[in-house]
Design a protein around this ligand. Structure first.
Ligand code: NAP
Length: 252
């Protein structure tokens, strides 16, 4: 890993211990950000990402924080403050429930999905805006929300509640982008398609990537690194992009 000479400040990546968040954390650290990555339960994976980054000469810290817990979100951002000035938020942490139809869903399941994917994401955006907004004495910054192609496909027969939560994330990105554009903050949304990570197993479909990959227009699932590239582009290069929704979904 080659470190950029330029220091880009601190990036907080939620769910940075595994999957897309881990790839994004590595990518941003290699590009000069100091990364504060959060995880929910898997301390070992998060520590491994931090160790990889440090071995490569980068700076990173892992913080345990369930983003559906407001106090934990506040505490995670306070840890990020210890590392320097927050310039980037990648609101990546997200969950699916076990595959099921809407007519078999109960409120507890749906609340859990929305608590993490929507409320947790909004809380993280709040903490980022508080630090970045020029109206509040900040220096601006950039936020990327990780949504999903599910927001436009609807995920019938799999997890419509998850798809609906990602629809909310899309709307959050569009609205927040307009709200804070004049305060030096850009907000963009990346919508991955089927990406090869553990999330499919957590929904009870450990073969989803192998099964559906060959049926996709590009003939394969995407990689976490391919999503991380898009995130990095928005943060570092997409200086006239805000309120944008980018599909990284291989034409799915
Ligand atoms: P993953 O491999 O399952 O990793 C999820 C990460 O989120 C883990 O680091 C996990 O922490 C963390 N997390 C889960 N619940 C959390 C909570 N309540 N508070 C804080 N962190 C929490 O998932 P992924 O595939 O990389 O997905 C990342 C994002 O991409 C999600 O928003 C997902 O919806 C979106 N996405 C993924 C795909 C795909 O095909 N993979 C497609 C479209 C969108 P622990 O490691 O501690 O468990």
């Amino acid at each position: 890993m080659t470190l950029s000479i330029e220091s880009r400040g601190v990036a907080l990546v939620t769910g940075g211990g595994r999957g897309i968040g881990a790839a994004t954390s590595r990518r941003l650290a290699a590009d000069g950000w100091t990364v504060c990555l959060t995880y929910a339960k898997d301390e070992r994976s998060a520590a491994a990402v931090v160790s990889d980054i440090q071995v490569g000469g980068g700076r990173a810290r892992a913080v345990q924080a369930d983003i559906s817990d407001e106090a934990a979100v506040i505490s995670a951002f306070a840890h990020a403050d210890d590392l320097g000035s927050l310039t980037a938020l990648v609101a990546n942490a997200g969950i699916v429930g076990p595959v099921t139809r809407v007519d078999a869903m109960d409120a507890r399941r749906v609340r859990k999905i929305f608590d993490v994917n929507v409320i947790g994401t909004i809380l993280c955006c709040r903490e980022a805006v508080i630090r970045m907004s020029r109206l509040r004495g900040g220096d601006g910054g950039s936020i990327v929300l990780i949504s999903s192609a599910a927001s436009r496909l609807g995920s019938p027969g799999e997890y419509v509640d998850y798809a609906a939560s990602k629809g909310a994330v899309d709307t959050l990105g569009v609205g927040l982008a307009k709200e804070v554009a004049g305060e030096g903050i850009r907000v963009n949304v990346v919508r991955p398609g089927i990406i090869d990570t553990d999330i499919h197993a957590s929904g009870g479909q450990s073969d989803r990537v192998q099964r559906l990959g060959p049926t996709l227009p590009l003939g394969r699932a995407g990689t976490a690194d391919e999503v991380a590239s898009a995130v990095r582009w928005f943060l570092a290069d997409g200086t006239y992009c805000t309120g944008a929704l980018l599909d990284v979904a291989g034409a799915r």
